[in-house]
Design a protein around this ligand. Sequence first.
Ligand SMILES: [Zn+2]
Length: 276
Amino acid sequence: MLTILHTESSEGWGGQEIRSLLESKELIKRGHRAIVLMYHNIGIPPEDAEMRGLYVTPRMFGFQMWYLKVAGFRVVSLKEIVRFIKGESADKKLVAITFDDGYQDFYDNAYPVLRMYNYPSTVFIVSDMAGKENIWDSERLKVRKRLLDWDRILEMKDNGVVFGSHSKTHPSLVRSSAEELEDETRGSKTVIEERSNCPVEFFCYPYGDYDDRVLDAVGQAGYLAAVTTKRGYVYRDDNPLEIRRISIKLTTHPLSFLYKLHFNSKTQDGLKVCIS
Ligand SMILES: [Zn+2]
């Protein structure tokens, strides 16, 4: 086991972390927290793509979904996570699955697996970009990725996929004017609701960027909750507009995935076995 783990160089996995895990007497205390997983692409990254960590291979994604089932986690909607935050749900093994940006590969590689397990999920789409490409970061990533079109979105919203807003154009909202901020938050909500004929209750901050002004705008726009890129579990009485997530990447080794689910640190800093 250690041999396998020592080959894993990502996500801070190393000898110290392994020893911390194996030597811990306080292995699993699962109460009073829930988990929101964050994915971007489900696919094989192109050779020259930057930030390949944004991908998870279909094979690994299949393993991860299988593991959630065999380990007894209950995969729920983000709405159920909000109920947990408010103290309206006492279940202790809740996991919600989220996908940022709304790539076509979600439809090709994730959706069939999610349907097989009957897992709900939330996909955050950039409303002005549906059916187009990731022009907001395609130069930086050196890859143009297709985004879900409205036909696909409409098909999936009838089959367990909830669509949230990831703004209209994927700007950094902390640098947006008041008018832009309103349009990117409330405006994108309106667009998706009109196209899908479904309420849009969840928001995802582009680049994970937000401040008090952005939080206020998202709340004023009528979202029930919003997800961040801050790492960590979800606890009762958290701010529903600042939901932390556990990021799953290309480099997430199967044992690292287990670690994230069962032992991951509460905070972004360093590694601590959760003893909550
Ligand atoms: Zn994004």
